[in-house]
Design a protein. Structure first.
Length: 553
């Protein structure tokens, strides 16, 4: 579902039935995931107790997001997101039920626990991009930031109560009950996804192969400086703040002298703060620039974590974690919204997968780092250093890009015309070489050249290879832009992927040139020497095919 309009408040997306059902179901699944985390963390604390092993639980849950997120994003952009989500939910149910059975039968060991957490982390990593990218199909574009924030609120409402409930369950019935609770908590999400009737436009072109789709997503991120900056910032913040969740069992045991119940309360306080932080997101976005929001919340979160490191009193630690949770929520939601508003729909799943990988990878790396430091220097020292590192992340604000505009697809009004085809080509024919001839006033040549650097990024992130810009030595006004697509279908995808902002950048480059603009486009089917299609006995199938429509050179 897409559309324009004035943005509503935080609750505006709940007006839409599909989003409302899935959002309510996500509350239960998030409860289950957090209860499982409490059970796993405390089970490892009981079985081993070593700081490295306890931190490794968080790493096992988070590392799959870094390893498999891009593949998950490619699948989300290539196949039906609803079906992908249902398949991953089914795998999660099987994995959680197997973990509960293993613990119930007394077969659970630290190694099996880590393996089970890795499997559950993998299924959730594969589920995440399909679920998050589908938000844009459930609410209008104006409500998208609020919908993203609400999904974070769902997780943090669960975090405010789930850990405490998980601690109570573990204290009363052991970790096996926590693992079983996760299995039952995922059932409502399965029902909500089954009930959702996804309405998506039928693609004009066949889907990309998964390997190519992954490569396309990586290329888009590499050649999109704003997306790249957001992901690097998210990774850095995740590493710096990785001690918050991974070392919380040790904060409960070593700094406060508590047990599973105290551990649940600490995580619950962090979750309460996150919910409060979500309620302030709209106000913060209206009053401060994105970079200022990043700097402020990094400082606040770092300072609050430092208080936890120094405190030996439970009320002070709980209050500090409420503040840290509010700031952390605004940091992560800011990254998520930035990705969703900057990435066009064709690559939304892969861009969100990059965000997921950056966030989870940062937490996984941070968990290992701070776990090792805790083992060497103590829990309090590791927590304090994590807070200092997070506060230092406020320096990233200088690199934070402005709000994005024009991520919507381009329209036919900017089309360069239809494509005449007089060869018998198929979607797999290729490579296709495109030459775009520009008429440029010599007085505007330098400005045109500088503006075409952005056009180069656009071509590359939309799938082109071998981009070059040449000037005719016999005609100083003639410039030739040249790039290659692997196949005819890949070339058509490039044309479809052009967004309004990208069309505007191309138009600006043409305007900078001061000449007549694009005066010719040639599309050449490359025939490498030695091609089996051009042996002596092979006929030239120069048949006329229907005209293909498009939206750009």
């Amino acid at each position: 579902m897409t559309g324009k309009g004035a943005p509503g408040g935080l609750s505006a997306p709940l007006r839409h039935a599909a989003f409302r059902r899935i959002w309510l179901a996500s509350l239960f699944s998030n409860f289950g995931l957090l209860i499982n985390g409490v059970g796993a963390g405390w089970a490892m604390t009981t079985m081993s107790g070593r700081a490295q092993d306890v931190a490794l639980v968080q790493t096992a849950l988070m590392l799959p997001y870094m390893l498999f997120s891009m593949a998950a994003g490619a699948i989300a952009d290539t196949y039906d997101r609803r079906r992908v989500a249902l398949l991953m939910l089914a795998f999660t149910l099987v994995a959680s039920a197997a973990l509960a059975l293993t613990d119930w039968r007394g077969w659970l060991t630290p190694t099996l626990l880590i393996a089970a957490c890795f499997v559950i982390g993998t299924t959730n990593a594969m589920f995440g991009p399909s679920w998050q990218a589908s938000v844009g199909e459930q609410v209008p574009a104006a409500d998208l930031p609020s919908a993203v924030a609400l999904n974070s609120v769902s997780y943090n409402i669960a975090r405010s109560l789930g850990p405490a409930v998980g601690g109570a369950i573990v204290a009363a019935a052991g970790s096996v009950a926590a693992f079983a609770a996760m299995t039952f908590c995922y059932l409502p999400m399965v029902g909500a996804m089954v009930a959702w009737r996804r309405c998506a436009d039928e693609p004009r072109l066949p889907p990309e192969r998964i390997g190519w789709a992954i490569q396309s997503g990586v290329r888009y991120i590499v050649h999109s400086p704003p997306i790249r900056t957001v992901l690097l910032s998210c990774l850095t913040v995740g590493i710096a703040g990785g001690a918050v969740t991974s070392l919380m069992p040790l904060v409960s045991r070593d700094l406060l002298g508590g047990a599973a119940g105290t551990y649940g309360l600490l995580l619950g306080a962090f979750g309460v703060g996150a919910v409060l932080g979500a309620a302030m997101i709209g106000r913060m976005r209206r009053r401060l620039a994105p970079g200022s929001v990043l700097a402020l919340n990094a400082l606040v979160a770092g300072g609050a974590i430092g208080v936890v490191a120094l405190s030996r009193l439970q009320p002070i630690s709980l209050a500090a974690l409420v503040v840290a949770g509010a700031a952390w929520m605004q940091l992560m939601t800011g990254f998520n919204v930035a990705i969703q508003t900057r990435a066009p729909r064709w690559v939304a799943g892969r861009a969100l997968a990059g965000f997921q990988a950056a966030a989870a990878g940062g937490l996984a790396i941070g968990s290992l780092l701070w776990g090792a430091i805790a083992a060497a220097l103590g829990t309090g020292t590791a927590f304090g250093l994590s807070g200092a590192a997070l506060a230092a992340c406020s320096l990233l604000a200088k690199a934070w890009p402005a709000e994005a505009e024009g991520a919507e697809p381009g329209d036919g009004a900017i089309a360069s015309g239809d494509i005449a085809i007089n060869l018998a080509i198929t979607g797999r024919s290729g490579p296709v070489v495109v030459e775009v001839e520009h008429d440029v006033d010599p007085a505007g040549a330098r400005a045109f050249y500088a503006a075409m650097i952005e056009v180069k990024r656009i071509r590359h992130r939309n799938g082109a290879y071998g981009w070059s810009l040449s000037r005719d030595i016999a005609d100083e006004r003639r410039w030739v832009e040249r790039f290659t697509a692997p196949t005819w279908n890949d070339y058509l995808r490039q044309r479809d992927r052009m967004t309004q902002a990208e069309h505007a950048a191309l138009s600006a480059a043409i305007e900078q040139g001061g000449g007549s603009g694009i005066v010719g486009v040639r599309r050449l089917l490359e025939r490498p020497l030695g091609s089996v299609r051009w042996q002596a006995e092979t006929p030239d199938r120069g048949l006329t095919l229907p005209v293909a429509a498009g939206t750009g050179p």
